[in-house]
Design a protein around this ligand. Structure first.
Ligand SMILES: *[C@@H]1O[C@H](CO)[C@@H](O)[C@H](O)[C@H]1NC(C)=O
Ligand SMILES: *[C@@H]1O[C@H](CO)[C@@H](O)[C@H](O)[C@H]1NC(C)=O
Ligand SMILES: *[C@@H]1O[C@H](CO)[C@@H](O)[C@H](O)[C@H]1NC(C)=O
Ligand SMILES: *[C@@H]1O[C@H](CO)[C@@H](O)[C@H](O)[C@H]1NC(C)=O
Ligand SMILES: *[C@@H]1O[C@H](CO)[C@@H](O)[C@H](O)[C@H]1NC(C)=O
Length: 811
């Protein structure tokens, strides 16, 4: 629960950052959200998590959420800029304005067991082009209000995949609609569509017939009737009736004004529907039914308009002699799955030449093909003959390649797939950046090993490689943990790296050094991964998307830094699947979720590392949301950063200088009382009560009239120690957070940072702290302390502070 809220809060900042500066979809990703976000171009890498979502790779940003039970909660993890969204889960009612936060949505899939949409549920989706309602179980009724789709002015495709629709619905279809799909539903009669969508055939506005590219009624197992005139006047491109009990001949009675393509695979259509073809002058026909068996010359005579014919699984044993000549426009012919033992498509004597360019004869009983078979097919470009009983002999073919001359023979090779190869041929013998194959043009390389390579193979030195997939490289005989840098070296243009079953264990910053362009990293089927803490430093250069799929993170303290980093990293979207667990502690019991477990057991290792380290760039990025809080402050911030940097450089030259102050005290106005009443007397007073130190307090010691930035920078440079006081009150005010940021970033920028001491005036949860980045690193163990509430603790507090500040002195 805590995790989810933190992620939500972090997101607002990231989205702001997004709109400000970067064109990156920035949100924190983590399995807690159940939502996977990706860019369209990376969809193929994670497509198996998108299940049967109708999303496509042309959409720039996509998200899929599973196990959705609370829509509001699920959508917290989805950036507003997504254009494709799929929601799967169990919600029965879609509330008003459910998705109005996503005005740019183009494709929406709802697999939610919906029974009802409240009025206005789809409000604000004026750009939506495709909408799908899916239902996991059949006989699940969906009740749509007649005006439910009114807001969808751009809707082109409407899909009902599963739910049954009430006959009385009278749903009004948007005029922009081009494609209507009602599959796996309860239709028994095509005429029911007339009741469900009264304006399907006739547009309500012009009164004219409507034009639709596709009407797909497949997989309505009970569909067997077509009331005459059910689709009277509709101008239709393609009608799909596959897997129904319809006969193609019944299509004639529907009253369609126009039809180009008809598909009646796996229906009761028992012969070539010649009359239907002729009536509409169909260009495409797909038909398949064992009972067809034979095609008569008479039927064929009606089919001259066909450009594409699929006659699959029709039980055909022969073809009429002038089969092709009867269909002079035919370009694509699929006769797969019949029982043709020989085919005679061409007649010697006629001199007829067919325009056919694709011929599929797979899955027949073909025994032989004579050259004459193809004599009239001079345009043929594609011939499929798999699963026949042909014996094929290719004379004069034979290719034997030595590793050394791959580059000579294929100097312009762009894509290469190596299967089952023992990789010695590919890899250099040592770890140098020399790659045996000089393939300067290679852009895509896929290697699938056979588990017999004892050494991992390092792919390196390919200057133009953009995509690399390494699969099944683990040495089966004696698997050993592999580091990323053993697999990839210098690949400066690499954008996508996919590793599956490589035995990879450790991911450290060093491995990313040669991968400056990496955008996506996918780790698939890897076990016990350890992500080195040094990767935090690398944050800005880390790939934008990291997907850890069907893999496990090791239950080790070395991974403990990850959770806060996932929550906070503004640049990298990370998705880990499945939920990660630590083994049950001795004595059985159930397993523990990884991160709470690590946080509880790795306190020592974590300490203030929780606040995360990173470099100045990251700091700058994260500071930007403050723009809202303090206008133009980032200019101040940059100024101060540079100043401190230069002062630091100057300071380097005259080391051993005398400091003006002993301690610079950074605090916020809210905590001034404590500083004046408690801290000042204890430190500035003369011993034995005080320490006799010279404190620099901003409100007291800053030079009046001098620029604040100059003041802060100068004062900090004039004090060897900086003491920071923090409280809830202070952290809640933007101004204070800004001051703290300023102070800490100045600290970071200095080449020789001063000693830093941190005092928490009350226990502060790490969620409340702004991220101090490297601050944590500057703090040595024990450089921070909590001001005790009770008096008895105070002595030890002062003792701690004195110990840190050094000997008392008085001038
Ligand atoms: C759904 O989640 C939101 C935000 O997390 C919460 O405010 C709301 O109460 C939840 N609704 C239900 C029905 O649990
Ligand atoms: C549909 O309409 C008919 C006739 O108007 C009515 O008898 C039937 O109850 C209605 N069904 C539903 C589910 O509203
Ligand atoms: C050819 O037919 C086979 C068997 O039905 C099918 O698997 C294959 O996809 C078809 N190929 C083309 C290009 O249509
Ligand atoms: C077609 O020509 C071949 C040889 O050119 C011949 O063997 C065959 O009998 C001819 N077939 C027909 C149907 O004329
Ligand atoms: C490939 O290399 C081998 C050895 O270097 C050489 O004998 C052979 O002729 C080369 N083959 C081609 C096709 O270049």
């Amino acid at each position: 629960m805590q995790l989810a809220t933190a992620a939500g809060a972090g997101m607002a900042g990231h989205l702001l950052l997004h709109s400000l500066l970067l064109s990156l979809p920035l949100i924190a990703g983590w399995t807690a959200s159940n939502c996977l976000v990706t860019e369209g171009s990376w969809l193929p890498l994670v497509s198996r998590f998108f299940l049967n979502c109708p999303l496509n790779s042309r959409l720039p940003l996509l998200a899929v959420c599973t196990k959705v039970t609370n829509l509001t909660q699920a959508l917290e993890a989805v950036p507003q800029s997504v254009e494709g969204l799929c929601l799967a889960g169990s919600i029965s009612v879609l509330p008003q304005d459910a998705l109005s936060n996503y005005p740019g949505l183009k494709v929406l899939g709802l697999n939610l067991r919906l029974t009802r949409l409240l009025p206005g549920a789809l409000r604000g989706l004026g750009q939506l082009q495709e909408l799908s309602f899916m239902a996991p179980q059949s006989k699940n009724y969906l009740f749509l209000h007649p005006n439910a789709l009114d807001d969808l002015r751009s809707l082109q495709k409407l899909n009902f995949l599963g739910p049954c629709l009430d006959r009385n619905s009278s749903i009004q279809l948007p005029t922009s609609l081009r494609q209507l799909v009602v599959r796996y539903s309860c239709l028994q009669d095509v005429g029911e569509l007339d009741d469900i969508f009264p304006d399907l055939a006739h547009s309500p506005f012009s009164g004219d017939a409507r034009t639709l590219d596709v009407l797909d009624l497949s997989f309505n197992w009970q569909l067997k009737m077509a009331s005459p005139g059910a689709l009277q006047g509709l101008r239709l491109g393609t009608l799909h009736l596959d897997h129904t009990k319809m006969d193609a001949a019944a299509v004639l009675s529907l009253g369609l004004q126009k039809l180009k393509s008809l598909s009646v695979l796996f229906t009761v259509t028992a012969e070539l529907p010649a009359e239907t073809v002729a009536h509409f002058e169909l260009q495409e026909l797909q038909v398949g039914n064992k009972q067809i068996g034979h095609i008569t010359l008479e039927a064929l005579a009606f089919c001259h308009s066909l450009q594409s014919l699929v006659l699959q699984n029709g039980g055909l044993t022969d073809l009429p002699p002038n089969f092709l000549a009867a269909m002079p426009r035919l370009q694509r012919l699929n006769l797969a799955g019949n029982q043709l033992q020989r085919v005679r498509l061409c007649m010697n004597e006629t001199g007829f030449v067919s325009g056919l360019w694709t011929l599929n004869l797979s899955d027949n009983g073909l025994l032989a093909l004579s050259p004459a078979t193809f004599s009239c097919l001079s345009h043929l470009r594609e011939l499929l003959l798999q699963r026949n009983q042909l014996t094929l002999t290719l004379d004069g073919w034979g290719l034997h390649l030595e590793t050394q001359n791959i580059s000579e023979i294929f100097p312009a090779l762009r894509q290469l797939t190596l299967l089952g190869s023992s990789l010695e041929a590919l890899c250099s013998q040592d770890t140098s950046s020399f790659f045996l194959w000089q393939l300067p043009g290679l852009q895509s390389l896929k290697v699938r090993g056979d588990g017999h390579s004892p050494r991992p193979c390092c792919i390196t030195g390919l200057p133009n490689l953009q995509e690399l997939k390494l699969d099944a490289l683990k040495y089966r005989a004696r698997p050993r943990p592999v580091q990323l840098q053993e697999l990839v070296g210098e690949l400066p243009r690499l954008r996508v790296l996919q590793l599956a079953r490589t035995g990879l264990e450790t991911l450290s910053a060093a491995a990313f050094q040669g991968l400056g362009s990496l955008q996506v990293l996918v780790l698939d089927w890897e076990k016990g991964l350890v992500l080195d803490g040094g990767l935090q430093e690398l944050s800005p250069q880390m790939p934008q998307y990291v997907y850890i799929l069907t893999s496990s993170l090791a239950c080790q303290c070395a991974n403990a830094w990850l959770e806060p980093w996932f929550e906070g990293s503004p640049r990298t979207y990370m998705w880990v699947q499945p939920p990660q667990l630590c083994p049950a502690e001795s004595g059985g019991g159930s397993k523990h979720p990884l991160f709470p477990f690590l946080l509880n057991h790795c306190q020592e290792a974590l300490e203030l590392e929780l606040f995360l380290g990173s470099c100045a760039l990251l700091l700058l990025l994260i500071s930007l949301p403050l723009l809202q809080e303090a206008r133009n402050s980032w200019v101040l911030y940059l100024q101060a950063l540079l100043r401190a940097w230069f002062q630091g450089l100057r300071g380097q030259k005259n080391e051993g200088k005398n400091f003006l102050y002993d301690v610079f005290v950074s605090h916020c106005r809210q905590d001034q009382g404590w500083v004046v009443q408690e801290l000042l007397p204890a430190l500035e007073g003369c011993p034995p009560e005080g320490q006799g130190l010279r404190l620099c307090l901003p409100e007291r010691d800053f030079e009046p009239g001098k620029d604040v930035v100059d003041n802060v920078a100068d004062s900090m440079a004039s004090s060897p120690i900086t003491l920071c006081a923090l409280s809830h009150r202070a952290l809640r005010t933007p101004r204070c957070r800004l001051e703290l940021r300023l102070a800490t970033s100045l600290l970071l920028a200095a080449p020789h940072p001063p000693v830093l001491l941190l005092i928490f005036l009350e226990p502060v949860s790490r969620h409340q702290l702004p991220r101090y980045h490297r601050l944590a690193r500057l703090l040595r163990r024990g450089d921070y302390c909590v001001w005790p509430k009770e008096d008895e603790g105070k002595d030890s507090f002062w003792a701690w502070l004195r110990g840190r500040l050094g000997q008392p002195r008085c001038r």
